[in-house]
Design a protein around this ligand. Structure first.
Ligand code: FES
Ligand SMILES: [Fe+2]
Length: 370
């Protein structure tokens, strides 16, 4: 089950190459096939650069339009040659003069923002650009952001739950984002986040104090150095997660905002796009602020995410198989399920509201996330 009246990420802008400007030539990657929230899409850029998203399913015999060719603003099905405009309307049937009005494939609203391509999967009349999640993209002048992506063979609900509980850094990510020592594990597993509802997002903040730096950066500092790690996370329902992650030299205080020297100031933006109930496309970035970066830091951050999300992928894919095998298996809850439970509750409320015919996603309230 997916929230349909929502923006879903279809990838980074550079996935949609604009290799053909003459309107006719078929370039590599001219037609991009995606599956988002259970719908098959074909996306392409028009010669003016705008991206078109159509259902990847010819209205004639359901051939894949993504196996067709782009012709200027149009796309042609290469089974029997029907041609469709960017609005999805068929505008040519070779060998037949009459074009029925219902010779039309579904088109989807598309917006490019922050170097991401967003597709509205619900009623086009309800597509509201104000609902596009906040993100920091690689073309942002103040941040040196690097991008990546991977596919994970797991339900998007498992991926969201994973992101909503970072205590797993202590266990899954000992060699990357977390650390191997027991003291650091203890700090991560006693996190007490604050949760705030902000419009269509759930914000989670906390500071992990007086710990060694994450394993992947350990070679950069003397081993005895201690740090305060400030996590400021915004999860926009259903599927986008951004983290402002700052590293300070430990200030020795027990609470309050970190006051030590700022060592790294970073943003990561992450979009979990469900293909269907079985797999997700995961688009993510990480990068440092230009005001305090050093050569190679942003690349190190991004490469570490590739490693860390591979660690997550192994856990989530194995978990997904087991949940599929025994969906009614009697599991237990622990204190660290707090974050994931809130997030999934908000998601379920959105699904229920949409099923009940709500006009548009309602802003979150404090009560909704309590
Ligand atoms: S299936 Fe597309 S033209 Fe026949
Ligand atoms: Fe993780």
């Amino acid at each position: 089950m997916f929230v349909k009246n929502a923006w879903y990420n279809a990838g980074w802008d550079y996935h949609f190459t604009q290799s053909q400007q003459n309107g006719l030539k078929q370039g590599k990657g001219a037609l991009v096939a995606r599956k988002i929230a259970g719908e098959r899409l074909v996306l392409y850029r028009k010669p003016n650069g705008q991206i078109v998203a159509l259902e990847d399913r010819c209205v004639h015999r359901q051939a894949a339009l993504s196996l067709g060719v782009k012709e200027g603003d149009n796309i042609r099905c290469m089974y029997h040659g029907l041609r469709f405009g960017p609005d999805g309307q068929c505008n040519e049937i070779p060998g037949q003069e009459h074009i029925p009005t219902k010779a039309c494939v579904r088109s989807f609203p598309v917006v490019e923002r922050d170097n991401w391509v967003w597709v509205w999967m619900g009623d086009p009349a309800r597509a509201d650009e104000a609902l596009i999640p906040f993100a920091i993209g690689p073309s942002h002048p103040d941040w040196n952001v690097k991008t990546s992506q991977m596919q994970v063979a797991a339900s998007y609900r498992l991926e969201i739950a994973n992101l909503a509980d970072l205590t797993h850094l202590a266990w899954v990510h000992q060699g990357t984002l977390g650390g191997p020592d027991l003291q650091t594990r203890a700090k991560f597993t006693t996190i007490k986040p604050t949760f705030t509802a902000t419009s269509h997002s759930l914000r989670t903040e906390y500071v992990v104090r007086d710990v060694p730096i994450s394993s992947f950066m350990a070679h950069l500092f003397p081993p005895e150095t201690r740090f305060d790690l400030w996590f400021d996370i915004t999860h926009t329902v259903p599927c986008t997660w951004v983290l402002h992650f700052r590293v300070f030299l430990a200030d020795g205080k027990a609470d309050g905002e970190p006051a030590g020297q700022l060592i790294a100031d970073t943003w990561t933006s992450q979009a979990v796009t469900p293909n269907d109930g079985e797999t997700v496309d995961y688009y993510y970035s990480w990068g440092a602020a230009r005001h305090c970066e050093f050569p190679g830091l942003s690349e190190l951050l991004r490469d570490n995410l590739d490693d860390a999300f591979t660690e997550d992928r192994h856990v989530l894919e194995a978990q997904h198989v087991r949940v599929r095998e025994k969906p009614d298996f009697p599991t237990i809850s622990i204190i660290h399920d707090n974050g994931p439970s809130r997030m999934l509750r908000v998601l379920d409320a959105l699904l229920a509201a949409e099923a009940a015919g709500a006009a548009r996603p309602q802003p979150l309230t404090e009560a909704a996330v309590a």
